[in-house]
Write a protein that binds this ligand. Structure first.
Ligand code: NAD
Length: 284
């Protein structure tokens, strides 16, 4: 049986550090504040918003919301971002994406000030992931994967890692973060030939394909660590990952469950970034 890498254990440890930083900030008269901007009524945005709001409350971080209609104009949304950029009491901003099709997402994303970009929405923040410079913040989900590896003492140095998925939100930054941890990294995607053999070579596999059950028993072997980023709904309406858990878990050494794995850590990473943004502002 594989060791379960549980999000709640990682989150508990992260939350302790965040609470200590919040206390320090409050001692200096600063209230770390997240501003969530939501356009429209997408159920998955609303669900993530609920989780983030609750986590902020638990950790003593203020959470403000700006809710805009689905037909908001480009000018109105840009004006909103300009306002939060200039608002000194807001330390971090989360804008749900994808945005409705009539909006120019690239222009809107890059309008946010990098120092408030707590989920790596701007090109400037993403450049920080690749250059190693402290510009903005890394994306929360791949960072949550790294937090899980760190928490459970899974050393990446010299290890072979495979990332399945090449999105800019998860796959590509996850690969760069693994390189930073001295792993030798391969990125797989829809055009990869013989993905099971490639995945089997790896010591660590991060799966972010967005396809339920894409990784089955033929992808894995004994000794591997599997981090499942996927969030899908199966035929019975239940939440499931990209990994066929029932088939893979008996074979590998360690695995994250879905739900109960990466997702919950992501929320704490986000709140941690808001607090870090406030600390950078206070401490310079
Ligand atoms: P995406 O659709 O933008 O990208 C998926 C990537 O996987 C693409 O690069 C695509 O080429 C690749 N891919 C798709 N099918 C594949 C296949 N059969 N084999 C190999 N590669 C394949 O998705 P994303 O935003 O990167 O998210 C990936 C998954 O992670 C989704 O299930 C999403 O819901 C989930 N997610 C979870 C969290 C979290 O906090 N746990 C956060 C963000 C996304």
């Amino acid at each position: 049986m594989a060791k379960q890498l549980l999000g709640k254990e990682v989150t508990a440890a992260l939350n302790e550090k965040i609470k200590a930083n919040v206390a320090e900030l409050q001692g200096k008269g600063v209230n770390p504040t997240l501003c969530i901007i939501r356009v429209g009524e997408n159920p998955s945005d609303i669900s993530y918003e609920r989780g983030a709001t609750k986590r902020c409350e638990t950790l003593g971080v203020a959470c403000e919301k700006i809710l805009l209609p689905g037909d908001v104009t480009q000018e109105e949304l840009l004006a909103t971002i300009d306002k939060v950029n200039k608002d000194d009491h807001i330390h971090g901003v989360l804008l749900f994406r994808p945005l409705p099709k009539h909006l120019d997402q690239a222009v809107i994303e890059n309008a946010l000030a990098a120092e408030k970009d707590v989920d790596c929405m701007t090109d400037l923040s993403m450049s920080g992931v690749f250059t190693g410079k402290k510009i903005g913040f890394p994306p929360c989900t791949p960072q949550a994967c790294m937090e899980i590896l760190d928490h459970y003492g899974i050393d990446c140095t010299g290890k072979k890692a495979v990332v399945i998925g090449r999105s800019l939100v998860v796959g590509k930054p996850a690969a760069m973060m693994l390189v930073k941890k001295n792993a030798t990294v391969t990125i797989c995607h829809t055009r990869t030939v013989d993905m099971p053999s490639v995945a089997k070579e790896a010591d660590i596999v991060i799966v972010a394909a967005g396809r339920a059950g894409v990784v089955g028993a033929d992808y894995v072997r004994e000794g591997q660590t599997i981090i499942d980023v996927g969030i899908n709904v199966n035929a019975e309406g239940k939440l499931c990952g990209d990994v066929d858990y029932a088939a893979v878990e008996p074979i590998v050494d360690a695995i994250t469950p879905v739900p109960g794995g990466v997702g919950s850590v992501t929320t704490s990473v986000l709140v941690g970034h808001v607090v870090e943004a406030a600390m950078r502002k206070v401490n310079g």
